[in-house]
Ligand binder design. Structure first.
Ligand code: F3S
Length: 394
């Protein structure tokens, strides 16, 4: 891989230890993937933030990098293991909180000041079409590539952080035009409605096409929230980091000849497969983190009601502040629900705390079953809210 004079200096340690280590990671990646050069990135999303995920070794690594590492570009963080301000209301133990705050302190020292979220595009990190970025967090990667037409590979936490500290990423994979072409046409033979149905489509696609790039025909309309749900599940169940939807996503591409059909029965089977027989004692909405329009909808659905189960809303602090200003927060909290900013149910230390969780997210279903051993209910936001109010799944 050809380096500029400046990059050679970074690699030789002239810009400090953190930059040198970061360049070593990026050069190793470039060599593995046969990149010709490093390219500048405009923004970075760093995963590996929860103490539940990265543990003591991760904390030590971040402390060491933060001695002289400072980010060079707009950098945002993936969810932490707790709400950074109101962690007590989530039932988080003090020992965990201390470690989590030490992780955040190390990131702050490196210059990352935004609050953690997996939908950075709703919180000030919104790449434009064609922009090169280095993002980790599979749902956000897929959203950046597909819904926004920006360009990122599926970075891991350390490689994304290396890009933040150097402002560079190796030029390979989805940064190149030739690797962004669709490989299979998917003809959707049913109308989809709601985040849960788009999540089910992602599950079906993930299982049928693996990590190939699809060109999807037959989607009449999709909101940005439905696209984020599709991004989260297609990446979870298959590994795809980019899809194109005819008439909806921004990249102009041609439909491949090889094609498959997806019918209503497959969407319903996927939804059935995500539903265990149980009545929820925990409701979670916000995987990926909520948009302000979703918060508005939840406020409307909860108006004048009282909930019986534990109920968390996952979102960025920035969207929460908007919700405060618009009066949604009070209506939601009056019903008994909790705002869980900065965090997510998968990386929070809640294993064994609940028996049955309800959500509209196919991704949350996959990970909360696997990691926390919860039984799951997946349906529309309305169904989840009805379950929180009645304590029963209908
Ligand atoms: Fe976000 Fe956690 Fe879901 S990181 S996409 S809320 S699993």
């Amino acid at each position: 891989m050809k380096l500029t004079k400046e990059e050679e200096k970074m690699l030789s340690g002239e810009h400090g230890k953190a930059v040198q280590q970061s360049m070593e990671i990026l050069c190793a990646l470039g060599k593995i993937y046969n990149a010709d050069k490093l390219i500048p990135v405009k923004s970075v999303q760093v995963a590996g933030v929860s103490y539940d995920n990265i543990g003591e070794a991760g904390l030590d690594y971040l402390k060491q990098l933060s001695k002289d590492g400072r980010v060079k570009v707009l950098t945002t963080l993936n969810p932490a293991g707790m709400d950074l301000k109101d962690w007590k209301k989530m039932g988080i133990m003090e020992g965990f909180a201390r470690k989590q705050l030490a992780i955040i302190y190390a990131f702050r020292k490196m210059g990352i000041t935004s609050s953690p979220t997996c939908t950075p595009y709703f919180a000030g990190n919104l790449p434009s079409f064609g922009e090169h970025t280095a993002w980790s967090e599979s749902s956000a990667i897929c959203y950046a590539n597909s819904a926004l037409g920006a360009r990122t590979n599926r970075e891991g936490g350390p490689s994304a952080l290396a890009s933040a500290l150097t402002g560079r990423t190796p030029n390979y994979g989805l940064h190149l035009d030739e690797n962004r072409k669709p490989e299979i046409t998917v003809s959707l033979k049913t109308k989809l409605d709601g985040t849960e149905e788009f999540g089910a489509l992602g599950m079906v696609l993930g299982k049928r096409i693996g990590n190939r790039i699809p060109f999807i025909e037959g989607v009449r309309k999709a909101t940005k929230e439905e696209l984020k749900s599709l991004c989260a599940s297609i990446a979870t169940y298959g590994g795809t980091a980019l899809f194109h939807i005819e008439g909806i996503t921004p990249e102009k591409v041609k439909a491949p000849k090889k094609s498959i059909k997806i019918r209503r029965s497959e969407i319903e089977e996927a939804l059935d497969g995500m539903n265990d027989k149980c009545n929820p004692d925990f409701v979670y909405l916000g995987c990926p983190h909520l948009s302000i329009d979703e918060v508005k909808k939840i406020a409307r659905l909860l108006e004048g009601k009282k909930i019986k189960t534990e109920f968390w809303l996952g979102l960025s602090r920035r969207v929460k502040e908007k919700s405060d200003r618009l009066g949604y927060t009070k209506r939601i909290e009056d019903a008994g629900a909790i705002f869980a900013c900065d965090t997510c149910p998968v990386v929070a230390p809640i294993k064994g705390r609940f028996r049955c969780m309800a959500t509209d997210s196919a991704k949350a279903c996959y990970y909360c079953r696997a990691r926390h051993k919860f039984k799951m209910r997946v349906g529309s936001m309305g169904q989840c809210i009805d379950a929180a109010v009645s304590g029963k799944w209908k």
